[in-house]
Design a protein around this ligand. Structure first.
Ligand SMILES: Cc1ncc(COP(=O)(O)O)c(C=O)c1O
Length: 350
């Protein structure tokens, strides 16, 4: 059962779609569903706005919270195309399990998304470059400051219209001191605390003029893991190389999609350990031709430079494989390329 209270005056007309700072503009409605007495209650969809929450809610004290980041697009006939949302559904429940949060049912996720996106479909423009960023999240909401897992949770979905922008060149610093995650920890999950813990070292790098850090393994800082909210890729000897997944790396849905698209484009893909030394050596001998990141928010993003101590590797990104992969990914996401591996889930709006 979905309880819908739609608002009377949409904010659509007063929203400037040519100026959408990422993650700061939200659609008219949001979804809320509460977990209490061992079960998830009815889904409510209502006007987007502030919520009331106890200062004792466990999420504020112990950080029990997970989220997802996914996108939907509009095709030329104005229908909504969800991109690989089954993977986001799987991943939010994997993250939830690791954080001792009760999993959500497929009804809550899919029926909730369908109803919300139908209501706010106008917030997703069909013009090139536009999409809607979908943020499902779950947090511990029981008012109790005892250090134990919560008995109450809140699941919400909010929607943020976005436009792919041509970002400034990205300059990355290989992190040598701090770690994003450690083996046995929660690095593979989209747990809120992973991001909170990453901001301090990232800000240190930003102060030195870098865009982001490249995380290395927490034991020795010798192997490359990922960067910011992106999985990372290198082209070495014309082979596409990306770190193999482990419990310290978030298994990106874009990463998985790029592996399949790249193989179909005739490229060789290797998922394996990549050491900082290998990157420096292959750059020195001229076999490292490009590097890029992949993620829902950035799609496929060419990297302009990578710095390690006194060494700086620069890429010119002229004939980039990254841009070819991005083009194919976007044409699948927009419903133009129908050879889409079954990744598109269409919601008829008309
Ligand atoms: C830490 C981290 N790595 C990688 C990714 C890329 O994952 P995806 O392609 O599923 O967006 C993200 C973004 O979700 C992330 O937060």
């Amino acid at each position: 059962m979905i309880n819908v209270t739609s608002l009377k005056n949409s904010r659509l007309q007063s929203t400037d779609f040519n100026n959408l700072p990422f993650g700061m503009v939200f659609s008219d409605h949001m979804l809320i569903c509460n977990f209490k007495n061992n079960s998830w209650g009815p889904i409510q969809i209502k006007e987007y706005g502030d919520i009331s929450i106890s200062p004792a809610a466990q999420v504020f004290h112990y950080g029990q919270s997970v989220f997802e980041g996914m996108k939907a697009f509009k095709d030329s006939t104005n229908n909504i195309l969800f991109f690989r949302r089954d993977e986001n559904f799987k991943r939010i429940n994997q993250s939830a399990k690791r954080m001792a949060i009760p999993e959500i049912s497929s009804e809550i996720f899919y029926d909730g998304l369908n109803t919300l996106l139908k209501l706010d479909s106008e917030w997703c423009k069909s013009d090139p470059g536009f999409s809607i960023y979908i943020r499902p999240f779950i947090f511990a909401s029981e008012p109790c400051i005892k250090a134990s897992s919560s008995n109450e949770y809140t699941f919400m979905i909010i929607l943020s219209p976005t436009k792919t922008y041509y970002s400034d060149p990205i300059h990355l610093l290989i992190e040598q001191e701090y770690s994003r995650s450690a083996s046995g920890g929660v690095g593979f999950a989209k747990a809120a605390g992973n991001y909170g813990a990453s901001f301090f070292p990232t800000n240190l790098a930003k102060k030195k003029g870098f865009t982001q850090v490249i995380w290395t393994d927490s034991k020795n800082h010798t192997n490359i893991e990922e960067s910011g909210t992106m999985n990372i890729w290198f082209v070495i000897d014309n082979i596409l190389v990306t770190p193999k997944l482990s419990d310290t790396i978030l298994g990106g849905i874009t990463r998985d999609s790029i592996i399949k698209i790249a193989i179909d484009l005739g490229l060789t893909v290797e998922e394996r350990d990549i050491s900082v030394d290998e990157i420096l050596d292959s750059s020195n001998i001229g076999t490292l031709s490009e590097a890029f990141g992949t993620g829902t928010a950035v799609s496929v993003l060419p990297i302009s430079s990578i710095t390690f101590k006194k060494d700086k590797i620069e890429f010119n990104n002229l004939e980039s494989i990254a841009l070819k992969l991005k083009e194919r990914l976007l044409s699948i996401q927009k419903g133009v390329d129908l050879n889409n591996y079954g990744w598109i889930d269409k919601l008829n709006i008309n």
